[in-house]
Design a protein around this ligand. Structure first.
Ligand SMILES: C[C@@H]1N[C@@H](C#Cc2ccccc2)[C@H](O)[C@@H]1O
Length: 438
């Protein structure tokens, strides 16, 4: 093992109650909202071909012109309670909200910056409104924070000169001040979701970032911080030089999902996912491949079946309203979750062999196993392979417990489950009651 002063401080999963709850969330919501929602991926009638929340980096817009959007920020349709109720209906159990994205605009009245909601026509504290509204709905809040801050004069991508170094020291103090401010102003927040930590300037700050993480955890015991916050002294990110996860869960699953359990290395993790292929902030153009509710439900089940959580992103418009297409998805997902949430919440990896019909999930701390079915063969029967000596004593539809399914044993641990209905237009869950040699 390599001796590290700033590597991971813990090996293996956290076992405290806060993290146990995080582990069982199953489904979450991400919200990307800021000044970038005003242009919505378009400027002077020209479509920006990147992610809408990155439009400030487009050389088609002078930085000062983008930053003057602050004077247009007055989201008259913003209603945090409506957002929180929509998230509750969808079945989200946590929300990750952008306090400051790469453009540096603060959605809270930070006393360390002039580039905040306080200086906009809207004036009010949006982070507070979101934290309070979601907390009231019983949805835990995680605060997204981008270390990279394009608008700050002391931000550097790389430290090349003495001047860079002096400036970046000021930037580090500014970053620490804002993070302590967020934890102090919004004590209900359960965690911090860091982004914008990949540039050389920050990767070189192993000692500073390590001390800052320690300070934040001391200020807020139980705080949840992912693997993206800091690098070790060798510049290793997410996993330190000994291959040990940095932080409390793996944060690398951005717009991608693992395919097998080995890929998650026994760690906690969540996947954050966009509805369009790669748009986090609001984009006027709702085009390219837009994921359907069934696709998103499959992603949710796949994540839970591999011990993770699925976090679906919403990009509210510049006026604060969530676009109807996203509200419709939330409703469809919520309707399914109402009937089937038992197979998602507080569930994880069952340890069974993956099969074509869909995903196994298992209730944490129990033997209860679920089949979340996405693919019914033309035969209308599901071939089910169980671990050796694991018998099925009972099988029934979760959404209608009276609908029993008679498992026909075809081998010592292989069954045919004949379904009453063949053509399913959405996924369904079969509850399996098993028992060793039942
Ligand atoms: C959670 C997501 N992370 C941000 C990013 C990025 C990014 C940066 C460099 C290369 C590819 C992707 C996106 O803007 C969004 O906030």
């Amino acid at each position: 093992k390599i001796l590290l002063a700033h590597g991971a401080h813990r090996e293996g999963k956290r076992t405290d109650a806060v993290m146990e709850k995080w582990r069982g969330y199953g489904l979450g919501q991400f919200i990307h909202w800021g000044l970038y929602a005003i242009p919505g991926g378009e400027w002077n009638g020209k479509q920006y071909n990147g992610a809408a929340e990155w439009i400030r980096s487009w050389n088609g817009i002078p930085n000062a012109t983008y930053d003057s959007l602050i004077y247009k920020f007055n989201p008259t349709a913003f209603d945090a309670t409506a957002w929180a109720k929509s998230a509750k209906q969808m079945g989200a159990r946590y929300v990750t909200f952008t306090t400051k994205h790469h453009d540096g605009f603060c959605m809270w009245p930070s006393k360390y910056s002039k580039y905040t909601v306080a200086a906009s026509p809207y004036k009010k504290d949006i982070v507070k409104a979101v934290v309070d509204a979601y907390d009231k709905e019983g949805i835990d809040v995680i605060l997204y924070f981008s270390v990279m801050d394009w608008s700050h004069p002391d931000w550097r991508y790389e430290i090349k000169t003495k001047e860079d170094s002096v400036a970046f020291e000021r930037f580090k103090k500014f970053t620490r001040n804002q993070l302590i401010e967020l934890l102090t102003n919004y004590p209900k927040a359960k965690g911090l979701w860091f982004d914008g930590t990949w540039d050389k300037s920050w990767v070189k700050q192993a000692a500073f970032a390590d001390d800052l993480e320690t300070e934040m955890r001391k200020l807020r015991p139980g705080l949840i911080i992912g693997s993206r916050f800091r690098a070790d002294e060798n510049g290793k990110r997410h996993f330190d030089s000994n291959g040990v996860l940095m932080g409390d869960y793996e944060q690398g699953w951005e717009r991608k999902i693992p395919n097998k359990i080995e890929e998650v290395h026994g760690n906690d993790w969540d996947c954050v996912m966009t509805v369009p292929e790669n748009q986090w902030g609001y984009n006027k153009a709702w085009n390219g491949h837009i994921k359907s509710a069934n696709e998103l439900l499959e992603m949710t089940a796949k994540c839970v079946s591999l011990g993770g959580n699925f976090v679906l992103n919403f990009g509210p418009q510049g006026d604060g309203a969530i676009r109807q297409e996203e509200l419709n998805l939330a409703t469809k997902i919520g309707d399914w979750m109402k009937l089937n949430q038992e197979a998602i919440y507080n569930c994880g990896y069952a340890g069974y062999e993956k099969q074509d019909w869909g995903y196994f999930t298992k209730k944490t701390g129990s033997d209860q196993v679920y089949m979340v079915v996405f693919n019914v063969p033309v035969s209308g029967a599901l071939r089910l392979k169980m671990p050796a000596k694991t018998k099925i004593s009972k099988a029934y539809m979760l959404a209608d417990r009276e609908e029993k399914i008679l498992p026909e044993e075809i081998n010592s641990n292989e069954y045919f489950l004949k379904l009453k209905k063949k053509d399913h237009q959405e996924p369904f869950v079969i509850v399996l009651e098993t028992g060793k040699n039942a």
